[in-house]
Design a protein around this ligand. Structure first.
Ligand code: ISJ
Length: 468
């Protein structure tokens, strides 16, 4: 038998098993088939999805691993404070009912759940972010994983109880045919510049920062992370695949992410990992305290040295390290981190950075870790609940998924989430860009304004018409 026939037999066997299980448990069962691809670039794959995915695409990763998803075999969304538990429960249930078949060598190509959470379910929500709810996750119909020079493609489909096997086989083959024939909807890149303007003026920013500082002086609040937004009106609807490729090329060392809904896409290039869990190992990072990059190597090093020695930035950073490590101790047997922060350099900015390594029972859920840590004082403030309350009353923007966890989780409970900063929400010809910074008692509103301006750069630099 040749490879094609072997695959056909394996798929038929898998679908038969999934149909049988669905009938036995009276519930939908997920069937996935994984195969090795000779070559497939995640950006071309993502682009191909424009004609195939009904506006549900995802891309995530860095130099180590890139994943991309097209379409959704199923979608999980949730609102309110129970969102972490809801997603955890729904995913556990779905992952328990999985029939995986693979071409020899592609057995690791299990499907993954991809998506993210909103910053604060209790904050006022605008219609802008409505399609994202407070949690939005896809189990991609087509899922590509590029890691260690291996490319695995996983095709997933839900098998509902009572659907005849022939129908399931026909649907699976039809989807394969559509995928084989899919071509990117090509769009031209316009040379025309977008028009960009702030949604809050400088004066209202000054007032907000000053108000936060006064509040800290009269309460137990130690740190509040404030954000502001820019609006970009684009001449045409942007080609997201092109934009993402450009972002990845420019922001090496950051995590690229994009979560698309039929109404809009949230994307960015963030330097900040929130949680990576692999078996018993948990890696997280404290990223807080910022300085510009220098024009020369010497100037850059001077700025880094000044950042490492700056009491205000060190204090801001220290709050994050203390919160993350003490919360992790509730879950982990060991939590280790270096005494002194290091420097994390991005293209436009450098940060104080402390990597944290912990070991916990492998059964600890990544969703429980996210619920406990989010938002860390790098994105919310300290104490967490007071900072959130203050932001709900005083910050007049809907953060949506900005500053919140976005990433993936596999069926074995491993996963990785970053915080969605250096980011924007694209809807039609409009983009809203987000940037924030930690404010403590000694902060200066104008310096914080300048810092946020640097944090808009990753997105501003890849907008159509802004090509270098
Ligand atoms: C809030 C943002 O960045 C966060 C705030 C930082 C700071 O205050 O120094 C640094 C990195 C991030 O944790 C953002 O980029 O929007």
């Amino acid at each position: 038998m040749n490879v094609i026939n072997v695959c056909k037999t394996v798929k038929l066997d898998g679908l038969t098993e999934a149909a049988k299980q669905a009938k036995a448990v009276h519930a939908p069962v997920l069937f996935s088939f994984a195969e090795i691809m000779e070559t497939e670039d995640p950006f071309s794959f993502f682009a191909k999805g424009s004609s195939l995915s009904s506006g549900k695409r995802f891309i995530f990763g860095n130099e180590e691993m890139m994943i991309a998803g097209l379409g959704a075999a199923c979608t999980f969304s949730a609102t309110g404070n129970q969102r972490f538990d809801r997603v955890k429960r729904d995913w556990q249930q779905a992952a328990e009912r999985l029939v995986l078949r693979a071409q020899p060598g592609a057995e690791t190509g299990k499907p993954m759940l991809v998506g993210g959470f909103s910053f604060d379910p209790e904050a006022a929500h605008s219609s802008l972010w409505a399609p994202f709810a407070d949690a939005l996750f896809y189990l991609p119909a087509w899922f590509l994983r590029v890691q260690n020079q291996q490319v695995i493609l996983t095709h997933s489909m839900i098998c509902r109880p009572g659907v005849p096997l022939e129908q399931l086989v026909a649907q699976f083959s039809r989807e394969e045919e559509r995928f084989r024939l899919a071509k990117p909807i090509s769009s031209f890149e316009t040379e025309k510049r977008s028009s960009i303007f702030p949604l809050q003026d400088r004066e209202s920013w000054r007032e907000l920062v000053t108000k936060a500082i006064v509040q800290m002086h009269h309460s137990d609040l130690r740190k509040i992370v404030l954000a502001r937004t820019l609006q970009a009106d684009l001449v045409e609807k942007p080609d997201l695949a092109l934009l993402l490729k450009r972002l990845a090329d420019r922001q090496k060392g950051s995590y690229l992410f994009c979560l698309e809904t039929p109404e809009g896409a949230f994307l960015g290039a963030t330097p900040e990992r929130l949680i990576k869990k692999q078996g018993a190992t948990i890696e997280t990072a404290c990223v807080a305290g910022s300085a510009p990059r220098g024009d020369t190597k010497e100037a850059d090093m001077r700025l880094a040295a000044a950042l490492l020695a700056d009491p205000k930035n060190c204090k801001e950073h220290h709050y994050v390290v203390t919160m993350i490590t003490s919360e992790l101790r509730k879950f982990a047997q060991t939590v280790d981190w270096p005494d002194q922060p290091q420097i994390l350099k991005n293209k436009n900015i450098q940060h104080l950075y402390t990597p944290v390594h912990a070991v916990a029972d492998p059964s600890v859920s990544i969703f429980d870790l996210l619920q406990t840590l989010h938002p860390t004082p790098a994105l919310g403030g300290l104490p967490q609940a007071d900072a959130l309350n203050w932001l709900r009353t005083n910050e007049a923007i809907d953060r949506g998924f900005y500053g919140a966890p976005i990433g993936w989780c596999d069926c074995d409970g491993n996963g990785e989430f970053v915080v969605g900063i250096r980011s924007a929400l694209f809807a039609g010809c409009r983009a809203v860009l987000y940037a924030g910074c930690g404010v403590i008692e000694g902060s200066n509103p104008d310096s914080e304004f300048t810092e946020t301006a640097l944090k808009f750069r990753p997105i501003l630099d890849v907008l159509p018409g802004e090509n270098e």
